[in-house]
Design a protein. Structure first.
Length: 257
């Protein structure tokens, strides 16, 4: 429906780059402008538009809107296996359980994701009780904490900044790897900076190598936010491991051979 209204390419709507684009339109007068803006007149990406319509629109009017759609779809597909790739709300999970479905949570193991107060469609996910948990590293089977020479701890997702900074100091960590998901209005950037501020407040910033990663982050962005390094799409745990070993040795005044 959204694609039809805005004239978007339905075949590309699952493509991450296409979804994150801020679409432009040309008016009858020949002026180019942003197709969609929020109530603060801030341009919106296609993903943000769909989030806004789905949550602030339909769910705001009736929290059971999408659950009712799900019930109708599951009922019409009796005796057939159905995979639902995106479950974000507790009532959606409850509906799946009512149909005796299984909920699988896929957890990244490259580093803890800190809580960012993101869109409402992302706030309930960690409250959903999963039947199975799969730990996966993007592009590589061995995650960073699996290397035997590292004494690493995976803290999971939605770790608040104060807790993470406190653990870094208490454990005298050599490095901390933080994963951030890009959010509306750059909330993820503010949160990333706040974590470093918390480390500084505890007097632990200089002792630790701070690494920032995420599906749409890169080394330059990480440096701009005050981190020592950044790793984005296509990064393997071995890339991070190589950097860590080299940087630890460099700080010790030793060469990497």
């Amino acid at each position: 429906m959204v694609c039809d209204v805005y004239g978007w390419d339905r075949s590309r709507i699952d493509d991450l780059d296409y979804k994150e684009e801020i679409p432009l339109v040309i008016t009858y007068s020949g002026e180019t402008r942003f197709q969609c803006v929020n109530h603060d007149r801030v341009p919106m990406s296609r993903r943000e538009v769909m989030q806004h319509i789905g949550s602030e629109g339909f769910r705001f009017c009736d929290s059971l809107t999408w659950v009712s759609v799900l019930h109708r779809e599951l009922t019409s597909r009796a005796h057939r296996k159905v995979v639902i790739p995106d479950v974000r709300f507790l009532n959606e999970a409850a509906m799946i359980s009512w149909f005796e479905g299984q909920i699988v949570r896929i957890v990244k193991v490259d580093g803890p994701g800190t809580a960012h107060g993101a869109h409402s469609s992302e706030k309930e996910m960690d409250l959903i009780q999963a039947d199975h948990i799969i730990r996966a590293a993007l592009g590589e089977l061995m995650a960073t904490e699996r290397y035997p020479m590292f004494d690493a701890t995976n803290l999971g997702a939605q770790v608040d900044n104060a807790t993470l900074a406190r653990l870094v100091k208490e454990r005298r960590a050599d490095a901390v790897l933080v994963s951030q998901v890009v959010t509306q209005r750059d909330v993820h950037k503010d949160n990333a900076r706040q974590f470093l501020d918390e480390l500084t407040r505890l007097g632990a910033r200089k002792q630790v190598i701070a690494i920032l990663g995420g599906p749409r982050l890169d080394h330059r962005t990480a440096l701009e936010l005050g981190y020592d390094a950044g790793f984005g799409p296509g990064t393997k745990p071995s890339d991070v491991a190589n950097y860590l070993v080299g940087e630890v040795l460099r700080r010790m005044g030793k060469a990497l051979h």
